[in-house]
Design a protein around this ligand. Structure first.
Ligand code: EZ4
Ligand code: CO
Length: 405
């Protein structure tokens, strides 16, 4: 007999940082877990799910994953957007979890099966000074990673994306009633970043893959200059070197540099990256599997990218929960044109709520073989970590103008 969705509940918890979790329960007693976290906008997506999505799910066949996606996307009239697409993504993840559990299979086996044995990943190194950054890179390499993102401070600035002064880890969101305001200076960054990354290249030798995130700060011609200046460093990629609302801008960057470009962690549909992919303006597409509407939509992005030899490199920060990380790994394992998977890692208390079975050893990830996605949520533990408001920082130029963070 056809199973039916009995309930869909939203759990907002904060084990180390805020997460929005969707629990779908079927009449047969199968639980599927989804993640709907949008950093700094958690309660908006929780409300969208509770008030507008959950009521539509009750009584539906959980095996009709694509039909459910179409209903929640096309059936709504209003299109795209981070809140809507994260909500749809969370439903999609939960339904794939249920499908896997119903069939007794890890989700990657429902996606065509593994095309590789394990998944190359990178994590973050962070140091205010070049010396501190070298130590942080060494620490990452000592854990077995062979690819590392390197971020440093900038002389003359107090705070910079990707690094906290004197601390060995970085978490961009901060708790409080309003966002922290940072001062940003692109000229100072452009002078300093090539020095830093050259020093790190010299430090690690030529075989370690180095990545760097410019985090949307630069104008197109500045981005082109940075890409050119970094060519001798032979980066694995330069990420989010400029914003991508105006995608023509990336063509300008591209014409001036052969440094590989990665982009798209804030994208939420295939329409956000279609022109960048078909125009071959980027080398890696970075949307997170949940923020881009779940496995069902992300695999369409991956296939489009494959046509244009663009590689898939999903966003994997601490602000998507271990449920999204697991979903990403299942899709990665079954995606021929995977480049690399980001794995920022979580505060240790996060594992009190999210019991995941995916593995990370020597920088290589595997989703594991548990049926479904392989992550279970301890609801009693989640209740011990209530939501507390947190924001991403806001950036201003030296004259006080708000700029891209
Ligand atoms: O700033 O996920 O590549 N990783 C990143 C992240 C983002 C955060 C924002 O929510 O750029 O650190
Ligand atoms: Co990034």
């Amino acid at each position: 007999m056809t199973d039916r969705i009995r309930s869909a509940e939203v759990i907002v918890s904060s084990p180390g940082r805020n997460f929005v979790t969707l629990k779908i329960l079927t009449e047969d007693g199968i639980v599927g877990w989804g993640d709907a976290t949008v950093n700094g906008r958690e309660l908006a997506v929780a409300s969208y799910l509770r008030d507008h999505v959950a009521p539509l799910l009750i009584g539906r066949d959980p095996a009709r994953i694509e039909d459910c996606w179409q209903l929640l996307y096309r059936g709504v009239y209003w299109r795209r957007g981070p809140i809507t697409m994260a909500a749809i993504g969370s439903v999609d993840l939960a339904l794939w979890d249920i499908r896997g559990k119903t069939l007794g299979q890890p989700v990657y086996n429902l996606l065509g099966g593994a095309v590789r044995d394990e998944i190359l990943s990178y994590t973050h190194a962070t140091g205010w000074s070049i010396e501190e950054l070298k130590d942080s890179v060494d620490e990452v390499l000592s854990r077995g990673f062979r690819a590392v993102r390197a971020q440093s401070g900038v002389p003359g600035l107090e705070t910079v994306y990707g690094v906290h002064r004197g601390e060995t880890s970085y978490e961009p969101a901060s708790r409080g009633a309003s966002p922290i305001e940072e001062v940003w200076d692109s000229r100072a960054y452009l002078r300093h970043a090539p020095r830093v990354l050259s020093a790190i290249r010299e430090h690690v030798g030529e075989e370690i893959e180095l990545l760097h995130d410019a985090h949307h700060r630069l104008r197109p011609i500045e981005a082109a200059q940075l890409g050119k200046d970094l060519e001798p460093v032979k980066l694995f990629w330069l990420e989010d070197v400029t914003t991508a609302e105006n995608q023509e801008a990336l063509r300008l960057v591209r014409e001036h540099t052969a440094t590989p470009l990665a982009l798209g962690e804030v994208f939420n549909t295939i329409w956000d990256c279609k022109d960048l992919i078909t125009g071959q303006s980027i080398d890696f597409i970075r949307s997170s599997v949940m923020h881009a509407g779940g496995i069902s939509h992300s695999r369409r992005i991956n296939d489009l990218a494959a046509l244009w030899q663009v590689q898939v490199a999903p966003h994997g920060p601490s602000d998507v929960s271990p449920i999204t990380m697991a979903a990403s790994l299942h899709l990665d394992l079954a995606t021929p044109n995977l480049g690399i998977q980001e794995h920022m890692g979580y505060p240790s208390v996060t594992s009190e709520v999210f019991h995941s079975t995916y593995t990370l050893a020597d920088g290589m990830l595997h989703p594991g073989d548990a049926p479904g996605l392989g992550v279970e949520v301890d609801e009693a533990a989640a209740a011990r970590f209530p939501y507390s408001r947190a924001y991403l920082p806001v950036a201003r130029r030296r004259d006080g103008t708000v700029t891209d963070w």
